[in-house]
Design a protein. Structure first.
Length: 176
C-alpha cells in the first residue's frame, strides 16, 4: 500500500524519463556532453594516420568514442541528479535530527532539492550558511519552509552531493 501511495505521489515529478521507453534515469544533457567529448577525442585519435586513414579512422573513432562517452555521461548524470536526491532522502530523512516527529518527506523536499542545486552550482565544498540563508529567503520557490527548518536538509544534501562529486573525481569518472 505504501509503495503504491509513493508511486502515485511521485507520478508527476520529473524522474528524468527516457524519451522512448519512459524509464526513469535518462540524462540527455550528461549523455550528450559525454558523447560529444569522447567523440571528438575518438576522432582525433582515429585520424592520426594521414590520407584515407584519416577519414576512415576519424569517423570510426568518432562513432566509438561517442557511444562510449554517451554511456559514461549517462552514468555521471545518474550518479548526481535530482531523482537520486529524492530517492535517497525519501528513505533516509526520518533519522535526521532536524526532522520533527510527524513530519513527512514532502515538507523537506524543497530543501533537499535546493541543497542539490547549490552543490551543483558551487565548485567548493564549503557551505556558507549566511549566503545560503540570504538566497533561500530571497527565493519565491522556498516560501513554504523557513530557513531555520530547512537548513539541516539543505546542508545534508549539499554535503552528500559534494562527497559524490569527490568520489567520482577520485575514481576518474569526471574525465571524459
Amino acid at each position: 500500500m505504501e509503495d503504491t501511495t509513493r508511486q502515485n505521489r511521485n507520478a508527476g515529478r520529473d524522474s528524468n524519463p527516457d524519451p522512448i521507453t519512459k524509464a526513469p534515469g535518462s540524462h540527455p544533457v550528461a549523455t550528450g556532453v559525454g558523447a560529444a567529448a569522447a567523440g571528438a577525442a575518438g576522432a582525433a585519435i582515429g585520424s592520426v594516420v594521414p590520407g584515407i586513414g584519416t577519414a576512415i579512422g576519424g569517423a570510426v573513432g568518432a562513432v566509438i568514442g561517442a557511444v562510449g562517452g554517451g554511456y559514461a555521461g549517462k552514468a555521471v548524470g545518474e550518479a548526481i541528479d535530482p531523482t537520486g536526491t529524492d530517492d535517497y532522502w525519501q528513505k533516509n530523512y526520518k533519522g535526521r535530527d532536524y526532522v520533527k516527529a510527524g513530519d513527512n518527506y514532502d515538507r523537506y523536499r524543497p530543501a533537499y532539492q535546493y541543497g542539490a542545486s547549490l552543490a551543483d552550482r558551487n565548485a567548493s565544498p564549503d557551505f556558507d550558511e549566511n549566503a545560503v540563508r540570504s538566497e533561500w529567503d530571497a527565493s519565491d520557490a522556498t516560501k513554504s519552509l523557513d530557513f531555520d527548518t530547512a537548513k539541516g536538509a539543505i546542508r545534508d544534501e549539499f554535503t552528500r552531493r559534494c562527497q559524490l562529486r569527490a568520489q567520482m573525481r577520485n575514481s576518474g569518472q569526471d574525465r571524459m
